[in-house]
Design a binder for this molecule. Structure first.
Ligand SMILES: *Cc1c(COP(=O)(O)O)cnc(C)c1O
Length: 393
C-alpha cells in the first residue's frame, strides 16, 4: 500500500467558472422547452402573442404601464432616445465607465455624448459632475438628456440626477441593461426616467437565448412611438409614417424570457445573499480595507438602492497579477471595464484625453468582477475567497 500524503486544503483549489448557464437551464428546461415548442407549433416567429404577453409581464415587473420588446439592449437605448426625438445637436450626458453601447447609441441618434466622471464608491455617474456638464452645455438651441447607467445592478443616484434634470429641463434615459429588478427608493429601474433600456443578452440577470432587449416608459405616446420605430415606422402595414428600423423581438425569445421572468426576483435575492456572503468571507479573512492601499475594497451599496448584484465587483491591489493567478487556478473573473470609453480608439473624435476622468481611470485599473450568478455554490465562493487569500498571503 502506498502512503498517501494528504494535500493541504489550502492548495486544493477547484475550478470555479465565472458563469455557468447550464445550471439554470437544467432547472428550467421543461418549462422553457414547452414555451419554445408552443411557438414552433404556432409557426408565428415575429412579434405575436408571446411578445405581447412578455411585454405586459415585464412592464408590470418594472412598475410601468408600457414595455416594448426589441432586438437588443443597444437597440433599446437607440429606440428610447429616438422616441424622445433626441437627435443632431442635442447633448446626452453619460458616464465613461460603462459598456460601449451607452455611448454608441447616442452617436447613432446623431446626438452628442458628453461624459461625466463617476462616484468612486458606487461606480455610477457622479451627480455633481453631471450637473457641471449640463451647466456647460446648456443652450436654447438644443435639448439636454442624462443617461444614467445602473452599473453592476445598482441604480445611479436618481434623487440628485432628477434634481439636475429638473434644473436644466433635461430628459432622463436610463441604461438599465444590468439592473432588471433593481430599485431606487423602492421604485424599479425602468420607472425612474422618461424612458429606459434593458438588455436580455445571455449574460444579463434576465437572459434570452440570444440577443433581445426592451424599452420602458410611462407615456402612452412614447409607447406608440417606440412600437412604430422598432418596425420601420409603420402602424399600418406598408404605410410608413417615419423612418424607423427593424428591431423586433422574436417570439421565441419572448417565450423564453417570459418563463425566466418568473424566476428573476428569486435570482436577484440569491445574488444579494451571495454578495453578503462574499462580504462576510473577505472580512473574516482579514483581506478588506477602505482603499486598495489597505486591501480589498468591498462593493458599496447606497442605502436608497436595492442592489441586485448583476456583478459583484471589488477593487483590489495588484489587480492584473491577481487575475492571472486566479486564471491559472481556473477561477473565472472579468474586468468591467478595462478601457474607459473616453480612451477608446473609436471615440477619439469626442476629443477627450487621459486624465480627463481620474475616478474612472483609477477604477478601470482596480476593479475585478468575481463569479456571481444565482446558481453559484457556496463551496465555490469559499474557493474564490481562499484563492485570493493565498495570492495575498
Ligand atoms: C449589455 C449592455 C448594453 C447593451 O446590450 P446588448 O443587448 O448587448 O445590445 C448596454 N449598456 C450596458 C450598460 C450593458 O451592460
Amino acid at each position: 500500500m502506498f502512503y498517501v500524503t494528504t494535500t493541504p486544503a489550502s492548495t486544493a483549489l477547484q475550478p470555479v467558472p465565472m458563469l455557468d448557464f447550464s445550471r439554470q437551464f437544467a432547472v428550467l428546461r421543461d418549462e422553457v422547452m414547452a414555451a419554445i415548442t408552443q411557438v414552433c407549433d404556432s409557426q408565428r416567429f415575429i412579434l405575436g402573442p408571446e411578445v405581447a404577453s412578455f411585454e405586459k409581464a415585464a412592464a408590470a415587473a418594472c412598475g410601468v404601464p408600457f414595455a416594448v420588446g426589441c432586438a437588443s439592449g443597444t437597440d433599446a437605448l437607440w429606440l428610447a432616445m429616438a422616441a424622445l426625438d433626441i437627435g443632431p445637436g442635442d447633448v446626452v450626458v453619460t458616464t465613461p465607465f460603462t459598456f460601449f453601447a451607452s455611448v454608441s447609441s447616442i452617436l447613432r441618434c446623431g446626438a452628442t455624448p458628453v461624459l461625466a466622471d463617476i462616484d468612486p464608491r458606487t461606480f455610477n455617474i457622479s451627480p455633481s459632475a453631471t450637473f457641471e456638464a449640463l451647466q456647460k452645455h446648456a443652450a436654447p438651441s438644443h435639448r439636454l438628456a442624462i443617461m444614467p447607467v445602473h452599473l453592476y445592478g445598482q441604480c445611479a443616484d436618481l434623487d440628485e440626477l432628477q434634481t439636475a434634470a429638473t434644473h436644466h429641463s433635461a430628459m432622463i434615459v436610463e441604461d438599465a441593461a444590468q439592473a432588471f429588478g433593481a430599485l431606487w427608493n423602492g421604485i424599479p429601474a425602468g420607472a425612474l426616467g422618461d424612458t429606459a433600456a434593458f438588455s436580455f443578452y445571455p449574460t444579463k440577470n434576465l437572459a434570452a437565448f440570444g440577443d433581445a432587449g426592451m424599452a420602458t416608459t410611462k407615456s402612452a405616446a412614447l409607447d406608440e412611438r417606440l412600437r412604430s420605430l422598432r418596425a420601420h415606422g409603420m402602424k399600418v402595414r406598408y404605410f410608413h409614417e417615419e423612418v424607423g428600423w427593424n428591431s423586433r423581438l422574436d417570439s421565441l425569445q419572448a417565450a423564453v424570457l417570459e418563463v425566466k421572468l418568473r424566476y428573476v426576483d428569486e435570482g436577484n435575492r440569491r445574488r444579494r445573499s451571495l454578495a453578503a456572503r462574499y462580504d462576510t468571507l473577505f472580512t473574516a479573512a482579514g483581506l478588506t480595507g477602505a482603499s486598495t492601499a489597505e486591501g480589498i475594497v468591498l462593493p458599496y451599496t447606497d442605502p436608497r438602492a436595492e442592489h441586485i448584484f448583476h456583478q459583484y465587483v471589488v477593487r483590489v491591489p495588484r489587480r492584473d497579477d491577481l487575475r492571472a493567478f486566479l486564471t491559472a487556478h481556473k477561477i473565472g473573473t472579468e474586468i468591467y471595464y478595462p478601457l474607459p470609453l473616453h480612451l477608446q480608439e473609436a471615440l477619439r473624435s469626442l476629443g477627450y484625453k487621459a486624465g480627463d476622468f481620474p475616478e474612472t481611470e483609477r477604477a478601470a485599473t482596480e476593479v475585478l468582477a468575481l463569479p456571481m450568478y444565482p446558481e453559484l455554490r457556496e463551496d465555490e465562493q469559499d474557493t474564490v475567497v481562499e484563492a485570493i487569500r493565498q495570492f495575498f498571503g
